[in-house]
Design a protein around this ligand. Structure first.
Ligand code: PBG
Ligand code: ZN
Length: 326
């Protein structure tokens, strides 16, 4: 029967009727990088089409996003001053808290997701407080300041919190803290299965967050481990996560499918900076049909089981879908 579908492939209506996977503008969350200043819009060399922007530019950007049908954004802050504990992220007047307030004033209809981590805010570039003795992140001390950061985001008006540091017990800590402070309805999207990956390279340029010593292998996952990857996500589900995530996306679609089959929660994939850069530079050099490859990639995420796609391609995809009249 499927052969008959193939033979009648030229009939686009039949094709549409039997197509199993759809990509829609509703699937996307668009990451944005905010820094202080006015009129700042600096393109990132390793990610053409991606910018660091000041709040006024972000507000213009949101208008553009809404016109494309994209209402969900993931905010990353780049503070003026970094220190050992990431103080800017713990302060009501820090870059993220003030950005949320400003955006919400103009665009109350934007759905703002905040990346909760410390690597963009610490001078050493690690995702938490450093234990001087072991020269690695102190998990439990980081949990405490993560709870503080979550309340900063929540009080500023964030619509969803996305902890990305992979600290043990982070979801339970945040859920308890949010519930105790009147934010029972604020959802948590866990970076539940986050691999220690070289695909984050360009992001660390844009967020200026490369670790100054060591690496993130003590808290991020070994790409070789499949069962551990599944158990990390299921553990976050048990702790109260509302949405699970696999990151990066492309090299880990087997993991997306396995977690999807093991949970009833919605699943997100993070189509990360290195994945974006690979397609972008290949396209700019006419090595691939950029638009088709981007669409094929997005379809592969949905087919693997993703409900939500966090991607720097989101605007381009929305434009392509508009062109196709989808
Ligand atoms: C912060 C964070 C990272 C990314 C999202 N949140 C970087 C990292 O862990 O080094 C990567 C996103 C990307 O590469 O696009 N913990
Ligand atoms: Zn981090």
């Amino acid at each position: 029967m499927f052969q008959r579908f193939r033979r009648t492939r030229l009939n686009k209506h039949l094709c549409a009727l039997v197509r199993e996977t759809q990509v829609s503008v509703n699937d996307f969350i668009y990451p944005l990088f905010i820094r202080s200043g006015k009129g700042v819009k600096t393109e990132v060399a390793s990610m053409p089409g991606v910018f660091q922007m000041s709040i006024d530019e972000i507000i213009k950007e949101c208008e553009e996003l809404k016109q494309l049908g994209i209402f969900s954004i993931l905010l990353f802050g780049i503070p003026d001053v970094k220190d050992s504990i990431g103080s800017d992220s713990l302060c009501e007047h820090g870059i993220i808290a003030s950005s949320i307030r400003e955006i919400k004033k103009v665009h109350p209809d934007m759905f703002i997701v905040t990346d909760l981590c410390f690597c963009e805010y610490t001078d050493h570039g690690h995702c938490g407080i450093i234990d001087e003795v072991n020269e690695t992140v102190n998990n439990d001390a980081t949990l405490e300041i993560s709870a503080q950061q979550a309340l900063i985001h929540a009080n500023a008006g964030a619509d969803m919190i996305a902890p990305s540091g992979m600290m043990d017990g982070i979801i339970q800590t945040l859920r308890t803290t949010l519930d105790k402070n009147g934010f029972e309805n604020l959802p948590i999207m866990a970076y539940s299965t986050k691999f220690s990956s070289a695909y984050y390279g360009p992001f660390r340029d844009v967020a200026e967050s490369s670790p100054s010593f060591g690496d993130r292998t003590t808290y991020q996952m070994d790409p070789a481990n499949r069962r551990e990857a599944i158990s990390e996500s299921l553990s976050d589900e048990a702790q109260g996560a509302d949405i699970l995530m696999v990151k990066p996306a492309l090299a880990y679609l087997d993991i997306v499918r396995e977690i999807k089959d093991a949970t009833l929660l919605p699943m997100a994939v993070y189509n990360v900076s290195g994945e974006y850069a690979m397609l972008k530079f290949a396209g700019m050099n006419d090595l691939i049909d950029y638009e088709r490859v981007v669409m094929e990639t997005m379809i592969s995420f949905k087919r693997a089981g993703a409900d939500i796609i966090i991607s720097y391609h989101a605007k381009e995809v929305a434009q392509m879908l508009q062109k196709q009249g989808v």
